[in-house]
Design a protein around this ligand. Structure first.
Ligand code: ACO
Length: 333
């Protein structure tokens, strides 16, 4: 594949947006039968952010503005906006269209990508194609989810897991060899639909009084099945991607996994033989923001100075679909 690429797709800016309102585990104790200690021990989560009175596009547009400011770009210089989300403002228009309008990106087209928690890595792999082929110069890839809008606050097995947030990157072309996206590996298995889904509101179960009464407009999952699947698949796809590029796990400088559960992250790293100091973790403060977790964690890693030019970065996710995949980058900035 590499020889067909005209340019490298490098990440030139990273940004995130987290709403101000903090919902701590103790706040959830007042809503469902749970405890701070159960949540911390089983998930590693201490608190999450909640977006009030605004939709997902608000967070995505904030990320877009921050990315543009970081690169001192005019919105008109953007070619494409991809928003990975499962909590779009509405079925249509796509959230990407709303972001395009909110930031005034007059020259950009865009679309939403639905791959649940794998949405950001799927969107990253997609966006990179437009850069590598030479057809686009600047592609914004944003992961944004207002999970509080699709979380059942009466279901203690799911409501403690999620939060609201967004993050994103700017992809640009590079002629310097070896930098940017090295390779990616993505998978889906639709047979996993039963384990993790939100069934109401689509063409299968259009919104009705009945679907609302049955609480079909909320996430439902089999936690243990998803847990095991996540550990096995994140490790498997990561090791496969590293190996097929002639690399070893020891060559990785930073691993930024999807933040669903601290135990999933640690078990994945152990399975890969990756030391904890190379793993980016911030689930304690933001919980699972679905499309947002990886770019939010990446943004924080950059702020902490954990990436320098030439570093090897691996991003991995698993999510509803089931979907899973990894993207391997040589850091360029
Ligand atoms: N507070 C207190 N007790 C709870 C809570 C809660 N919030 N939630 C469940 N329990 C109880 C259960 O009812 C059960 O009680 P029982 O033994 O009397 O039946 C007990 O805790 C154990 O339940 P398990 O489901 O076996 O607990 P587990 O250790 O598997 O943890 C969890 C549950 C946290 C959901 C875990 O399975 C998990 O994280 N799974 C992955 C799910 C996920 O991350 N989904 C997000 C989308 S997909 C993705 O991002 C990868």
């Amino acid at each position: 594949m590499a020889e067909e690429r005209r340019y490298g797709a490098i990440i030139t800016a990273v940004a995130s947006y987290l709403p101000d309102k903090v919902m701590a585990n103790h706040d959830l104790e007042r809503i469902v039968d749970t405890s701070d200690s159960w949540i911390r021990e089983r998930t590693g989560i201490t608190e999450r952010r909640i977006l009030e009175g605004r939709p997902t596009s608000y967070m995505a547009a904030e990320v877009a503005r921050r990315l543009l400011a970081r690169r001192r770009l005019d919105p008109a210089e953007l070619d494409l906006i991809i928003v990975a989300t499962i909590s779009p403002d509405m079925f249509f228009p796509a959230t990407a269209c709303l972001v395009q309008d909110q930031i005034g990106a007059r020259g950009a087209w865009g679309f939403d990508l639905s791959a649940a928690c794998s949405g950001f890595v799927f969107a990253l792999a997609t966006g990179a194609q437009f850069i590598e082929s030479g057809t686009h110069r600047r592609v914004m890839v944003i992961g944004a989810d207002k999970m509080s809008s699709i979380t059942d606050m009466q279901d203690r097995s799911t409501c403690v897991l999620f939060g609201d947030g967004a993050g994103g990157v700017l992809l640009e072309r590079s002629e310097e060899p070896g930098l940017g996206m090295i390779d990616f590996e993505m998978h889906v298995d639709g047979a996993g639909c039963e384990h993790l889904h939100m069934k109401g509101g689509g063409s299968l179960f259009p919104a009705s009084h009945e679907t609302v009464d049955q609480r079909l407009h909320y996430i439902r999952q089999e936690g243990r099945t998803v847990f095991k699947f996540a550990v096995v698949k994140m490790a498997e796809v990561s090791l496969s991607l590293v190996a097929r590029n002639g690399l070893k796990v020891e060559d990785l400088d930073l691993f930024v996994p999807h933040q669903a559960n601290l135990r999933i992250i640690e078990a994945t790293a152990d399975r890969m033989g990756l030391p904890r100091e190379k793993v980016m973790v911030n689930i304690d403060r933001y919980a699972n923001t679905t499309g947002g977790t990886i770019p939010i964690a990446l943004s924080e890693a950059c702020e902490l100075g954990r990436l320098k030019k030439g570093d090897l970065l691996l991003m991995t996710a698993v999510g509803g679909g089931m979907t899973w995949g990894s993207a391997l980058f040589r850091w360029a900035i």
